[in-house]
Every structure is written in structure tokens, then in C-alpha cells.
Design a protein around this ligand. Sequence first.
Ligand SMILES: Cc1ncc(COP(=O)(O)O)c(C=O)c1O
Length: 390
Amino acid sequence: MRRPAFLGGDPAFPDGLPFARPQVPPLEAVMSRLATSFEAGILTNGPLVRQLEEQAAERLGAHVVAVSSCTAGLMLTLRALDPSGPVVLPSFTFSASAHAVAWNGLSPRFAECDPLTFQLDVSDARGRLGGAGALVSTHVFGAPCRARAITDLAAAEGIPLVFDAAHGLGATHEGQAVGSFGDAEVFSLSPTKLVVAGEGGLVATRSPDLAEAVRIGRDYGNPGDYDTRFVGLNARLSELHAALALVSLGRLDAHLQARRRLARRYREGLAGLPGITPQVVPETDQSTYKDFTVTVDPDAYGMERDTLVRALAAEGIDTRCYFSPPAHRQRAYAYLGARSLPVTEEVASKVVSLPMYGDLATSAVDRVVEVMADLHAQAGLVSPAEAVVA
Ligand SMILES: Cc1ncc(COP(=O)(O)O)c(C=O)c1O
């Protein structure tokens, strides 16, 4: 058995294995897509943005409005829906889900997640809905949350429902595309996502009225006559970003296939390893695998998550601990007062996302798995304090 790098062995990846690699299409393809708008001097919110919206709309079966980021899309969607009270949302999500609520002057009310899927715990959310004005749920790491059950919950309360679908373009829940649930679903096109624009987002909704409100909202609230109807933003998408996103969208299916194949490889490799449990994705659903995330049970695996992260770093393997700390533990939300969400806190203390991108080599996945097995086998030889920090 090889000697782990944190015990003085040679690193498994001397040149480093990155956590993510933006899946950029060939530059010439982006340039030729951009050329007509660029040469006509149309730099923002032009025909390429329109094409991107149309192609995404066709794929999702919804109206689509392109915006400058998922965060801005969430802010504008909530602004348009104008909830009448606090917004219930998971704490195990990226900060932007909660920030969009807070920027609208609304109070976030954090709910628990499921310990195996990491998705919003529907029955916990149900218990927190009294007097709530809206429900927001995230498709965590590209795996769909329980969108149908959550839709029923919001309908029973008569409140709007928004999905933070930042990671979810290409995912399906019970055979239905993520992007077609709730009042709206909002995607991110930032560099770590499967479809990239550089920066950008897509708001998908089946409501033409909501689509129109977001369309106006991304232009300061101005429908065209400069008499703004409400306080909007500049959240337009540029033609340059749209050109990149259009080429990237054309490669989405190949990219999904590659990530799903790599995720299967990780799952098979990690299957017998005590204490390492990949995110559970129900068989009826398809994840995008924006992230491949596992939990580390320190008793069964032999070391804490943070020690594993340091040991992997010593091997040259880059990882992330998304979403740790969870939103309700972040200083930005200290003003809400101390709250305890024990399941979320436990999940956040155990998760680690492993390297994942479309052109990650299968052999690299196998090597990461091997390293994790070796570390488990030799875990007793090292205390957390001895772990080498890369
Ligand atoms: C779950 C989630 N929501 C929202 C966002 C924000 O997306 P954007 O950077 O496009 O604003 C991110 C960013 O990665 C995210 O992970």
C-alpha cells in the first residue's frame, strides 16, 4: 500500500488535480456566434440573448428570461412575486438563495435538510410555513429536490414557490425537466456550471406575466417608456455572454453524459469504503452532477472530514466543503438570532465535494478513490494535528 502524502509519501497528483474546470467551448465557435451582433454594434440584450432564451425555453417547456446572474434572477423573481411575509428556505444552500430574500427586505426562515439527499426536508418546511409569504427550495448539487411534494406544499398554503436551480440545468425529477416546476426556477451560467456564460442566469417560468415582470425588472423596472413600474435592477445579459452560453448550451447533453458516467465511476469505486456516503439521488431522478459530494462519518472512516480534506490537499487533490457553514450559521444572518438546525449542521460538518468536470479523466477518478481507500486503511496512524497542510 502506498504511503499517503500527509505521512511523507509522494503526492498522488504532483501537478495537482483541480476541483473544477470551466467547460469552455472552442474560442472560434464563440467568436463566429458573436460576430453579427458585435459587428452591428449590438452589445447587450440583443438577438443572441433572444436566441438563448428561445433555445432554453424549448428545452424546458417554459418562458425563459436571461439575466446577468442567478442571484439577480432570484432577486427579481421574488420582487415580482412580492411575498407577503417571511420566506421559508433550506439553510443547506448557497448564500445567494438567502441573500435574494434579504435584498427584497424579506425575512429568511431557515428549514432543515434531509441527511442523505441534502435536499429541503419537506415535513420540516411544512412545520415552518405558518404566516410565511413564499417558499424557496434549492436543487442541491444538481440533484432535484422533492419538487412535486414541495409544489403540493406551497399550493396547500397558497403561497408562491421559487426554485434555486443554479446547479440544475439538465436535471429531471420524476421524468419532468427541472425548470418547469413552481412559479419559477432560476439557473446560473457562472463558470462552474454545465452551461457557462462567464456570468449569467436564466429565469424559467410557465407564467407569461411573471416572465414579463422579470423582463421589465432586469431593465430597472422600465418597460420601454422610462416610467419605471417598480424598483428593478440592471440585470441584463450582454451579447458577449449570450454567444458563449449559446455554444455551451449546444454541448449540454454531451456534458451531462460525461458527468453522469464519472459519477457512476465514483459511486462504484467508493461503494465498499466504510464511512463514505455519496449524496443519495432517487432512481426516478437525474442529477446534473454539478458537484459529486460525499459525507464522511469519522467513526467509520477513521478521520474527520477536515482531516480528510487536508490529506487530499497534500495529495494535490482540490476539494470544496459546500455548503459549510450553512446559511443560518453565516455571520450575514446572525441578526436573525441563534437558531439550531441539528441535521443541517451535521450534514455541513461532514460533506466534501470531490473533483468533477466533463473532461475529468476516468483514471483520475480511480486514483482519487484509491487515495481515499489508502487514507482509510492508514487513518489510525495520524492524528488530525499531524496532517500536513498543503
Ligand atoms: C445554489 C446556488 N444558488 C445561487 C448561486 C448564485 O449564482 P450566480 O453566481 O449566477 O449568481 C449559486 C452559485 O454558485 C449557487 O450555488
